[in-house]
Design a protein around this ligand. Structure first.
Ligand SMILES: CC(C)(COP(=O)(O)OP(=O)(O)OC[C@H]1O[C@@H](n2cnc3c(N)ncnc32)[C@H](O)[C@@H]1OP(=O)(O)O)[C@@H](O)C(=O)NCCC(=O)NCCS
Length: 145
């Protein structure tokens, strides 16, 4: 499964140095990732943590950005989603401008964590992302100690 979002950068999206405002991109990343997590969990979700939110290149007005969200890992009630953001040039080439990983927890109507269906990685890329997610979770938990 995959969830995508496409956006043309308008005047209201840029900051004082004429680049896409990072907080705006973060909001789009949060939304596309949350929808990907909800589609998998088939329940409400809440954002637990974000890491590797790396801005690789600036984005300017009138450019087209395309966000692609993919589930990378599931635990019992938590899920990790990767969001890749590209600038799409007029000739169709895509330049990666941001990569982020977000962890959501599935919740019921009482806001209590509930189990999610397991995700089974099949392709080499999915297996690599799964292994990366396990490592990221371990680093995250160590950083809290
Ligand atoms: C997310 C939330 C529901 C989790 O509640 P909780 O009481 O910690 O629940 P649990 O201890 O059962 O943990 C739930 C899952 O989160 C994981 N988790 C908790 N803290 C974690 C951390 N720091 N890093 C990674 N995973 C973590 C647990 O391992 C568990 O995953 P699993 O079931 O797949 O093993 C709660 O912390 C919360 O509501 N936070 C605020 C979220 C929010 O408001 N987000 C912003 C807008 S949506």
């Amino acid at each position: 499964m995959s969830t995508s979002h496409v956006q043309i950068i308008m005047a209201s999206h840029v900051n004082g140095i004429h680049r896409l405002f990072g907080g705006q991109l973060m909001a789009w990343i949060d939304i596309v990732a949350a929808v990907e997590a909800k589609r998998h969990a088939k329940s409400g979700v809440t954002l637990l943590t974000v890491d590797n939110l790396t801005f690789l290149s600036p984005v300017y007005m009138d450019e087209t950005v395309a966000l692609e969200a993919n589930l990378t890992w599931t635990g019992r009630t938590s899920m990790e989603v990767r969001v890749l953001t590209y600038v799409e040039k007029l000739d169709g080439t895509k330049i990666l401008v941001n990569k982020a990983y977000l962890v959501f927890v599935a919740i019921d109507n009482n806001e209590k964590p509930i189990p999610v269906p397991p995700f089974v990685p099949l392709t080499d890329e999915e297996k690599k992302e799964w292994d990366g997610a396990v490592e990221r979770k371990s680093i995250r938990l160590k950083s809290l100690k």
